[in-house]
Design a protein around this ligand. Structure first.
Ligand code: TYD
Length: 206
């Protein structure tokens, strides 16, 4: 692939959306050829799967169904959007990718990280991000931030504090086994400080 694939990860309320916005502005200001997408979603089919996944009414959804729906949305965005853009040499930024399934479904929902890794592989055909930023924060602090913003919780966020703690554990495990792909950033630092780390890590790559 000619382009570069960058993903953003972290528990709910970690501040990654703010950092995505800053990176988008930076790339725009520097005249870079990039696209920005999010998971689940990013395609017409994926956005419909997203609605099912996040709908609070779907309280009967089993962990396996949830995992397979995330993977289905991922397969679609990978083939329809991400791979073609990378072939064209673009920078692709994705707000969440397969590490989310490993941390949320593999660790927190207890499906098993290895089991999920196999499905991630199936959904992406082996495509991996070049760089992944993991914004690390405790579940308590993230919850406090979300509370301040007064956002309505979706079905996944409703899973609670212990669930978010387990998601974090999953990310930390992924980061320690990633051979440098995952850059862990202390998400309690200031917004500008965090963004400096992001840009420093991308020097020479974008
Ligand atoms: P979203 O509103 O996009 O959350 P955020 O702004 O935090 O990214 O909702 C996505 C939710 O889905 C979020 O709680 C994380 C969860 N998720 C998984 O559980 N598994 C996955 O594979 C993905 C991509 C997301």
């Amino acid at each position: 692939m000619k382009g570069i694939f960058i993903t953003f990860e972290g528990i709910d309320g970690c501040g990654k959306s703010t950092q995505c916005e800053l990176l988008k502005d930076y790339l725009k200001d520097n005249g870079k050829d990039f696209i920005f997408v999010r998971e689940p979603g990013g395609t017409a089919i994926g956005e419909r799967i997203r609605e099912i996944l996040l709908d609070k009414k779907n309280s009967r959804m089993t962990a396996r169904t949830e995992l397979l729906l995330f993977e289905a949305a991922r397969a679609q965005i990978t083939d329809e959007v991400i791979k073609p853009a990378l072939e064209e040499g673009k920078i692709v930024i994705c707000d969440r990718f397969f590490d989310s399934s490993s941390a949320y479904q593999g660790m927190a929902r207890g499906m098993g990280m290895d089991f999920v890794a196999g499905l991630n592989m199936a959904a992406t055909g082996g495509l991996k991000p070049d760089v992944t930023f993991f914004f690390d924060i405790s579940a308590e602090e993230a919850l406090a931030r979300r509370g301040k913003r007064g956002e309505a919780s979706d079905r996944i966020e409703l899973a609670g504090l212990k669930f978010q703690e387990d998601v974090r554990k999953g990310y930390l495990e992924l980061a320690s086994n990633s051979d440098g792909r995952i850059v862990t950033i202390d998400a309690t630092l200031g917004i500008d400080e965090i963004f400096n780390v992001v840009i420093e890590s991308l020097k020479g790559k974008i």
